[in-house]
Ligand binder design. Structure first.
Ligand SMILES: [Zn+2]
Length: 125
């Protein structure tokens, strides 16, 4: 048996290291595709796409955030890392809202996800 078979993202086909793999419904995805799948942000959400893409380089990223996004960022900043369940409980947001904000923040390279002991954690980019 081969111990080091490379993993492949089921969506974009990118070859992944084991620690880069995100599982969803029995399939393996890279971080970007995983976020795409979980995030409700699609072409039907032009504002989120627009705000992520027109983000001005060189400007203070945090000054362009909405109060809601700042809440999420500050929470993660204070804790170092946070699970989505934890943020739902502490920030008084729905999972959908959090995933939507997270998708924007991920595109802006403010936050990213990481995996630790099988859990998805959100951390500063
Ligand atoms: Zn992918």
């Amino acid at each position: 048996m081969e111990g080091n078979m490379p993993f492949k993202c089921s969506k974009c086909g990118k070859t992944l290291e084991k620690h880069e793999c995100y599982e969803h419904r029995g399939k393996v995805f890279c971080e970007d595709c995983y976020m795409d799948i979980l995030s409700p942000m699609k072409a039907c959400d032009p504002w989120a796409v627009h705000s992520a893409q027109t983000f001005l380089k060189g400007k203070d990223k945090l000054s362009t955030l909405t109060p809601l996004q700042l809440n999420v960022v500050n929470y993660i900043k204070g804790k170092g890392e946070a699970t989505i369940e934890e943020m739902i409980a502490n920030l008084n947001l729905s999972e959908e809202e959090l995933r939507r904000e997270f998708a924007v923040l991920r595109h802006m390279e403010v936050l990213r996800a990481t995996k630790k002991e099988g859990k998805i954690l959100y951390i500063l980019f």
